[in-house]
Every structure is written in C-alpha cells, then in structure tokens.
Design a protein around this ligand. Structure first.
Ligand code: 13P
Ligand code: SF4
Length: 303
C-alpha cells in the first residue's frame, strides 16, 4: 500500500474507533503527518487526558504511552510498537530506586517523566525537560533531593537552581552521541545561527549552546524568535516539524548521528494494524497508577 492509501485507511478507521493519534516530535515524517496532536512527552499525555476520544494511539516510546494511561485510565491507550522502549527509562528498575532511597532516607525523590510507571510510583514529584528547575525550586531548601534517572538533565538542573542533587547515573544514549566539536563545526558552517540543545545532552555540549530547551521549548523559540537560522541539538527528526512550521527559517541538525532507534520503530503500517486490531493496549496496575499519578499531579500543580 502507498503512504497515501495507508493514511486514508488510517483516517477511516480512526473515525470508526473513536480514536485520536498522538505523535511525539521525534517520529518519522510520514507518522508526523497523521498526527491529531504533535508534541513533547508530557504535553501529549495531557492531550490524552483532555481529549474526548475513547481510544488513544500513542506514536512514541513506551513510557509516554504509560504516562497517558496513568492520566487517562478510562481510555484505551494503544502503542503501535510495544518494543519501542526508552533505554534511559530502562536504566532504572524500580527496585534499584528503592535501594537508592534507602541510602538517603528523608530525601525528596524527583523522577524525570522518562521513567517507568513503577519508578514514578516511587517518586514524590515528576518533572520534564521543560520544568525541571521549577520543580526543584519548589522543594524546601533544607531537603535532600534524589534526581533520577538522567544525570545530564540533573546536572543542568543543578546549575540552573544552585541546589545540590543526588544523581543516578542514567543517560540518553542518543543525546550522548552529540560531541561539543560537532557544535563548533556547525557554528563554523552557519555563523550567526542560534544553537539550541536538549538538556539530555552532556554538560560539555550544553556549555557550547545558546539555549537549552525541551522539544516544546524549541518549537516555541523557532516560532517566536526573530532569528532565521538554528542549529538543533536533539533527535534529527525534530527538524522535520521545525521546518514545516517555519518555512522562512533554516534548521540544521547539530549532528546526523542523533537518531533515536526506538522512535523510528513506529511506521504507518503499524499504526494501521494498531487500529485494525486494537493493539497493543498499554495498562498500568491500579495501585502503581494511583501512586504514580500523585507524582505527576504534584508536578502539574507546580508548573
Ligand atoms: P521532550 O519531553 O522534550 O519531548 O523530550 C522527550 C525525550 O525523550 C527527549 O529525548
Ligand atoms: Fe529515550 Fe533518548 Fe529516545 Fe528520548 S531520545 S526516547 S530519552 S532514548
């Protein structure tokens, strides 16, 4: 079937199934095209909860669909490819966090949304790449803070807030591939371009950047800034959306190596099969869901 035919058939089934399609900013171009909502990890989960549809097809990685299931338990959440995991989330099993907490009794636990539902259930607060400093600043100064699982986001948040965080050594293998030399090379090729990078990048890369932003922050800056050229330090397909929405501006990936293989596992065919067979449902055991929801809601209340 051609992409056009697939997209038509997906549209028909979507109506029949009372479904909405949520797509993360890192998905491939043709999947971005079928999005009812395109966005960052938390924005999409909040869309899932707000939407009137009974079925959510989540084109992203597993923890994102799980967060949608935490926020919208009355809806059927489907992920077209259940093996689309996030290696950073998988670096921290819940039992390891429990052991970590035992070493620091009384510490407040902040979990980046890129974590499993079981880890969120062990946390006091969640945060995203867009609000990590605000979440940390909301914690009384005398409290110790454990930050998991991303040590690079944690390191950046520590510098932004001036607070000391107890970090866990997780990281994103995709953002880890970006080297400071690649940023310097991109600047030589495109003098005057604004360098924006995701806070999952290493501190050495962040030190080379003009702006440190979540994917939704990049969308906003590109739209609102008077600048015409941007070097983009995050997953390469982020530039697909930025170019489509800002035809008069130029976006250069900081490196072609920044590909998240898990984000690329979702295809149009898999979205079609997902709607045809209502697969693969993502559910969270109720006890874990309720605990995880508290941490997510505590974050929403702050930002
Ligand atoms: P955003 O929440 O900024 O979209 O980031 C999600 C992610 O997985 C970054 O690697
Ligand atoms: Fe996980 Fe990194 Fe992929 Fe984001 S880019 S989903 S953090 S592996």
């Amino acid at each position: 079937m051609s992409d056009r035919a697939l997209i038509e058939r997906i549209g028909e089934l979507k109506r029949r199934r009372d479904a909405v399609i949520l797509v993360h900013n890192y998905q491939v171009e043709e999947v971005q095209e079928i999005a009812d909502f395109l966005g960052d990890s938390l924005g999409l989960s909040r869309q899932a909860a707000a939407s009137g549809a009974g079925t959510i097809v989540f084109c992203g990685v597993y923890f994102m669909a799980e967060t949608a299931a935490i926020l919208a338990p009355e809806k059927t959440v489907l992920i077209p490819e259940p093996d689309a995991g996030c290696p950073m989330a998988d670096m921290l099993p819940a039992e390891r966090l429990r052991a970590f907490k035992k070493k620091h009794p009384g510490a407040v636990v902040v979990a980046y949304v890129n974590s499993t539902a079981a880890v969120k259930a062990e946390a006091d607060l969640c945060c995203t790449s867009a609000n990590a400093p605000a979440v940390i600043n909301s914690i009384p100064r005398e409290k110790e803070i454990i930050f998991v699982p991303d040590r690079f986001l944690g390191d950046w948040a520590m510098k932004e807030t001036g607070r000391r965080l107890i970090l866990y050594p997780g990281y994103c293998p995709t953002h880890r591939l970006l080297e400071p030399s690649a940023i310097r090379r991109a600047r030589e090729l495109h003098p005057g371009a604004v360098v924006m990078v995701h806070p999952e990048c290493t501190p050495e890369v962040i030190a080379e950047a003009d702006r440190v932003l979540s994917t939704s922050g990049m969308v906003k800056l590109a739209r609102e800034s008077g600048q015409k050229e941007f070097i983009v330090g995050t997953e390469v397909d982020m530039t697909v959306r930025l170019r489509r929405e800002n035809p008069g501006k130029k976006f250069y990936p900081a490196s072609d190596r920044l590909v998240c293989p898990n984000m690329k596992k979702v295809t149009l065919e898999k979205v079609l099969w997902s709607l045809e067979e209502m697969r693969y449902p993502v559910t969270v055991p109720e006890e874990i869901r309720l605990q995880a929801l508290k941490a997510v809601e505590a974050m929403v209340a702050i930002s």
